[in-house]
Design a protein around this ligand. Structure first.
Ligand SMILES: [Zn+2]
Ligand SMILES: [Zn+2]
Length: 462
């Protein structure tokens, strides 16, 4: 491994200021080092197969780096570029390699001459978090949760004393939450999002707040509380407008696409279209295949809702193609389900069933229980319509089993949640209820949660 060839003496002058944590800083404006790394990486991406980009790039960039820490930082910058281009597979490969580098640092404590244990722990934590992000981008939620948790345990001993460590823990909670959202573990996701928001507020980190609001919006959209979904999605866009001019434009596009979906769900179709088009424009300028895919999916959904099937289908197809290309299984699943709904609309039932089956397979593979549940629900109705009662019964059964697994029954009225657009309310213990049930419940007057009997008090988390 080439980092051992560096001379120890070169580390005397290195301190935490020379290292930039890619998780905490995504700005690309007026950044010469980033520009250099990006240009070089672009060449390697254009001339190499995807699986060879990493090794070729590392070989070349190692020669230009004076020490392993510079190489480590170059990885961070390269990943920023890869993320902005939607090159998720390469991002993940780079993040795995960066973790290896930081583990080398950890093993040979000599390499950290001039750097204290707090800062070396932060490097390791930042690498783990990049790996969590890489897995998240590929819909590999189990791994992303694992590495976000690892990051938190590395930070555990140092985060009280160090600002970067505290901020990083906020991002770790965010990625953990998004992993749990991928699995449809809504309670865990909510808890970690609240922790993340608390860090964002305490540290006045508006970028983290923007991301956390965006994820919160996605959470409530999945639970079909469209009002809260809209509230948080609008908020994340507002934060970007106020403070985001120096952040990567990908952050803007992501929040816009989230808002476009929120608008579409409440029938604000024209607004959704305007935002979607702006997002697509930026995604094309950035050469960001992943955001282009989501913008395309957004258009396909909008045309479907407008009953313009001729425009919708080709857009679903190109969204699917782009999602496959970027390795985004979640996005591919959503495109497949969109197509199924479209076929349902045109009464092409066999094709609808086919697409639902395909979507179901992905939902189960990535562990996205709520999508799995909705597909069973749709299939139950479809089979009923086709007078296939046996299959309809099986689907209904699975639908209810998943509702139970996800604890999506209101603990007050015992009716299901997330079936239709309804306002929900989460108590501080993160149990969800219908808002209307919470508003007139006796147990709550005694300050007890009807589901876990806990007193609704905030838990200290940090
Ligand atoms: Zn209820
Ligand atoms: Zn509770």
């Amino acid at each position: 491994m080439q980092i051992k060839t560096f001379k120890m003496g070169q580390f005397q002058s290195i301190n935490s200021k020379t290292v930039r944590l890619s998780i905490l800083d995504d700005s690309v404006a007026l950044d010469e080092t980033y520009d250099r790394v990006e240009r070089m990486l672009r060449n390697f991406c254009d001339t190499n197969e995807e699986k060879e980009i990493l090794s070729c790039w590392e070989k070349a960039v190692s020669k230009k780096c004076r020490n392993p820490l510079q190489l480590w930082s170059a990885f961070g910058l390269a990943m920023r570029a890869l993320e902005n281009w939607g090159k998720h597979r390469s991002f993940l490969a780079f993040s795995i390699r960066q973790v290896e580098l930081s583990q080398e640092f950890e093993k040979s404590s000599d390499l950290f001459a001039g750097m204290d244990s707090v800062n070396s722990a932060i490097l390791v934590a930042d690498s783990y978090l990049n790996m969590a992000k890489g897995n998240l981008l590929m819909s590999q939620y189990k791994n992303s949760e694992k590495y976000a948790t690892k990051c938190l345990s590395v930070l555990c001993s140092v985060r009280k004393s160090n600002l970067n460590a505290i901020k990083l823990s906020g991002y770790a909670y965010l990625y953990k939450a998004r992993s749990n959202l991928g699995f449809s573990n809504f309670r865990n996701a909510l808890e970690d999002l609240e922790r993340s928001l608390r860090v964002a507020h305490d540290q006045e980190d508006r970028r983290l707040e923007c991301f956390a609001c965006c994820a919160m919006g996605a959470l409530y959209l999945q639970l079909k509380d469209y009002e809260k979904g809209n509230f948080f999605s609008i908020k994340s866009c507002e934060i970007w407008t106020q403070c985001g001019s120096s952040w990567s434009t990908r952050t803007k596009v992501t929040t816009q696409l989230n808002l476009a979906e929120a608008y579409r769900k409440v029938g604000k179709i024209e607004d959704a279209m305007v935002i979607g088009e702006e997002a697509m424009k930026i995604a094309i300028e950035n050469d960001d295949r992943s955001c282009q895919a989501y913008a395309m999916l957004c258009f396909a959904d909008i045309h479907r809702v407008r009953k313009d099937e001729e425009r919708s289908l080709p857009r679903y197809n190109s969204a699917s193609g782009l999602m496959l290309d970027t390795g985004d299984q979640f996005g591919y699943m959503m495109s497949t389900i969109g197509k199924a709904k479209l076929y349902l609309q045109t009464k092409d039932y066999q094709k609808a069933i086919q697409e639902y089956f395909a979507g179901q397979k992905i939902a189960e593979a990535i562990g996205n229980k709520i999508t799995s549940m909705h597909i069973h629900g749709e299939l139950a109705l479809l089979f009923q319509r086709l007078s296939n009662q046996d299959e309809a019964r099986v689907r209904t059964l699975r639908y209810h089993r998943l509702l139970e697994t996800m604890e999506l029954f209101c603990g007050i009225c015992a009716e299901p949640m997330a079936e239709k657009n309804e306002q929900l309310e989460a108590l501080p213990c993160s149990h969800f209820f219908h808002l209307k049930c919470v508003s007139n419940n006796d147990a709550l007057e005694m300050r007890m949660c009807p589901s876990c009997q806990k007193k609704p008090m905030k838990q200290a988390t940090l």
